[in-house]
Design a protein around this ligand. Structure first.
Ligand code: XBP
Length: 236
């Protein structure tokens, strides 16, 4: 029986990567006088690395002008990540990041029918708070029964830690939940936790292969509106 819907955030609930996190990373580089810039295509490649701090460290490996020692690189990545998140939260709090089509409708339907809502994301809590405050209003947190972020789940997707914690907090068996994801690493994480997963393709993963998914759509309204009834049918 479907009891919970567990949402990924970045790319799934909103298109936060290309015009949100990526732009904020570039502002962080500029603010420290670094000449590095991540264009749309390069950032797409970097999305194979989950987590902004980890992404920065990975990218530095290929930069001859990156600091020479691991300690220095980690210090720089921490500072860049802190600044990136400050720019990002400022931007999304101003309401600059709408929810993707059909997201709010499915969340509302869950609330109406007593299906619990959870969040399982590897981004930080402040980023989630800013995004959902901007999109759903100050009371957004009351809509969710579990919100698991990077602070509680340091092992990044495709590790299933974040989904396992969400299931625990929701007191839900994996087979009674559906995860909503947009990326191969996210799908792998939810699968490893045993959760049937709907993939809603995002800008960066339009052409991904998602063979293990319960279903794949372009967004939650296309090619058909994803309702709870439809989720239940797919689960049968
Ligand atoms: C999200 C990420 C994050 C965001 C930036 O993964 O990979 O790194 O790009 O977030 P998922 P931070 O949606 O699969 O949870 O910079 O805060 O890490």
């Amino acid at each position: 029986m479907l009891r919970c819907v567990i949402w990924d955030i970045d790319g799934t609930v909103a298109e936060t990567e290309r015009d949100g996190h990526r732009v904020a990373f570039n502002l962080a580089f500029a603010s420290l006088g670094l000449p590095w810039r991540w264009d749309i295509e390069h950032y797409g490649g970097l999305l194979g690395v989950t987590g902004g701090y980890e992404r920065l460290l990975f990218d530095m490996q290929a930069r001859p002008d990156a600091p020479p020692t691991a300690d220095e690189r980690e210090g720089l990545a921490r500072e860049l990540h802190r600044r990136k998140n400050r720019y990002y939260t400022g931007e999304v709090l101003a309401g600059g990041m709408p929810l993707r089509p059909g997201v709010r409708e499915l969340m509302d339907e869950c609330a109406e029918q007593g299906v619990k809502l959870g969040i399982a994301t590897t981004t930080g809590r402040a980023n989630v708070d800013a995004l959902l405050r901007g999109a759903l209003g100050a009371g957004w947190r009351a809509r969710f029964d579990a919100v698991v972020c990077a602070e509680e789940a340091p092992l990044k997707k495709p590790h299933p830690q974040v989904y396992r914690l969400a299931l625990q907090q929701l007191e839900c068996a994996p087979g009674d939940a559906v995860a909503v994801e947009d990326a191969p690493n996210g799908l792998a994480a939810a699968q490893a936790a045993g959760i049937p997963t709907l993939v809603t393709r995002s800008l960066y993963f339009r052409n991904g292969t998602f063979d293990a998914a319960l279903a794949v759509c372009d967004d939650l309204t296309w090619p058909q509106r994803v309702s709870l009834d439809l989720l239940r049918r797919w689960l049968q």
